[in-house]
Design a protein around this ligand. Structure first.
Ligand SMILES: NC(=O)c1ccc[n+]([C@@H]2O[C@H](COP(=O)([O-])OP(=O)(O)OC[C@H]3O[C@@H](n4cnc5c(N)ncnc54)[C@H](O)[C@@H]3O)[C@@H](O)[C@H]2O)c1
Ligand SMILES: [Zn+2]
Length: 339
C-alpha cells in the first residue's frame, strides 16, 4: 500500500517514454517559465482548471472526450501523469483508476497539501452535486514525484497548508517530528521534513488501507471542526485544520486525557504560526445551529447523529471516540467562554 516516492529538484525527464505518457496538468503552469519548456516536450497532454469544479462527472466526460481526440494508439500502455494540487491529483487519480478499467498513474503534487497529504494513500474523489468526494476509488499511484522548484512557486503564506497536515501526523504518531515543528519554520525546513511527514501518514494508512477498521480515521484529527470552519469562513484548509487541532487539544485537556505540559506545547506551536485570527474569533462568529448543520453534512456521521472525534492523549498518540453532535456543539459553547 505504498507508492514509490521520488524527491527531485527539477521536473523529471519524461521524454524517454513520452509516447506512453498522458499528462493532465493545472493550466496555471502554462504561465510559469519554469514549466513551459518541459510541457512542450510532452506530446500527449491536456490542461485543466484546478478547483472543486474539476472534480465532477461533467469534467470527467469532457476529459475522456479530449483523450479520444488525441488518437493515441489503442495498443499503447498508457500512463497518466498528473501535475497539480489536490484537486488535479484527485481528478486524475479517479480517471486513471477507471479509464479502460485502470491505467498506470504518476502524481506530481504541486501544492503543500497534495505533497504532504492528499497524493499519498491511494484515495481519490469526485464531488457529486456539490457534496465533496461522494464518488471515488482507492487506487495507488505507481510513483509520486515531489519537485522542489515546483513547490517553491507557491506563495509563502501557503506554508500553513503544510503545517496543518504535518503537525497533525506528528500529533498522531511522531513526538520527535512534533519537536522539530514547534518553532516557526521556513520553506527549506518544511521541505526537509516532508519525507518524515509522509512516512507518518503511511504508518496510519498501512494499518487500514481501505478504511475498513477505522484506524485511518485518526487522520481526521483536527478535521471535524476544521471542515466546519473551512466551509463557513472560506479559510484555507491548512489554517482550518490548525484551528481544528487547537479545538481538539482544548477538548482533550478538558476531558483529562491530555497533560497540561503537552497541552501548552501544542497551543504554543500553533500560536507561533501567527494565524490570521484566533480560534475563539471563529467560534464566536458562527452560531450553534450553523455548526450543527455543517457537522451533519459530514460523511462520517452515524444514523444516531454521532461521529468519531479524534482526541489527543499525548503528543504522538491519539484516540478516536464516538461523540454526539450535540456534545461537539456544547464543547464549542464551553470554549467560547474559556479564558
Ligand atoms: N485524496 C485525498 O486523500 C485527499 C486528502 C486531502 C485533500 N484532498 C483534496 O485536495 C483538494 C485540495 O487540494 P489543493 O489545496 O492542493 O487544491 P488545488 O488543486 O485547487 O490547488 C490550490 C490552488 O493552488 C494553485 N497551485 C497549484 N500548484 C501551485 C504551485 N506550485 N504554485 C502556485 N500555485 C499553485 C492551483 O492552481 C489552485 O489555484 C480538495 O479537493 C480535497 O478534497 C484529497
Ligand atoms: Zn486535510
Amino acid at each position: 500500500m505504498r507508492s514509490v516516492i521520488e524527491f527531485l529538484n527539477h521536473l523529471p525527464e519524461l521524454s524517454e517514454n513520452s509516447q506512453n505518457i498522458l499528462l493532465i496538468y493545472d493550466s496555471i503552469f502554462e504561465k510559469k517559465s519554469e514549466v513551459r519548456g518541459w510541457l512542450k516536450k510532452i506530446p500527449y497532454k491536456i490542461s485543466v482548471r484546478s478547483g472543486e469544479q474539476l472534480k465532477t462527472l461533467g469534467e470527467l466526460d469532457r476529459t475522456i472526450q479530449k483523450i479520444s481526440g488525441l488518437k493515441i494508439s489503442k495498443s499503447t500502455e498508457l500512463t497518466f501523469v498528473a501535475l497539480g494540487g489536490g484537486t488535479v491529483c484527485d481528478f486524475v487519480g479517479f480517471l486513471a483508476s477507471v479509464f479502460l478499467r485502470g491505467r498506470k498513474l504518476i502524481l506530481i503534487p504541486t501544492t503543500w497539501l497534495a505533497a504532504v497529504d492528499s497524493a499519498h494513500g491511494g484515495k481519490n474523489g469526485l464531488n457529486f452535486r456539490k457534496i465533496k468526494n461522494q464518488i471515488g476509488t482507492f487506487y495507488l499511484p505507481q510513483k509520486i514525484i515531489i519537485v522542489k522548484t515546483i513547490l517553491r512557486l507557491q506563495p509563502n503564506d501557503r506554508l500553513v497548508e503544510a503545517m496543518g497536515e504535518t503537525l497533525k501526523v506528528a500529533l498522531i504518531n511522531d513526538k520527535k517530528l512534533f519537536f522539530k515543528l514547534e518553532n516557526p519554520i521556513s520553506f527549506d525546513e518544511v521541505y526537509a521534513i516532508l519525507p518524515k511527514a509522509i512516512d507518518n501518514k503511511y504508518k496510519v494508512v498501512k494499518k487500514d488501507p481501505l478504511e475498513k477498521n477505522g484506524t485511518r480515521r485518526l487522520l481526521n484529527l483536527g478535521h471535524t471542526l476544521g471542515h466546519v470552519l473551512e466551509s463557513h469562513f472560506q479559510i484555507s484548509h491548512g489554517e482550518a485544520v490548525l484551528h481544528g487541532l487547537e479545538f481538539s487539544a482544548r477538548w482533550s485537556f478538558q476531558r483529562g486525557l491530555l497533560s497540561e505540559a503537552d497541552f501548552i506545547r501544542i497551543l504554543v506551536s500553533i500560536e507561533n504560526l501567527h494565524l490570521k485570527s484566533p480560534l475563539k474569533f471563529y467560534l464566536k462568529s458562527i452560531s450553534n445551529l450553523q455548526i450543527k448543520n455543517l457537522l451533519c453534512r459530514d460523511k462520517k456521521i452515524t444514523a444516531q447523529s454521532r461521529m468519531d472525534f479524534i482526541f489527543i492523549k499525548s503528543i504522538g498518540q491519539c484516540e478516536r471516540n464516538l461523540v454526539a453532535i450535540d456534545e461537539i456543539v456544547s464543547e464549542v459553547v464551553r470554549q467560547r467562554k474559556e479564558k
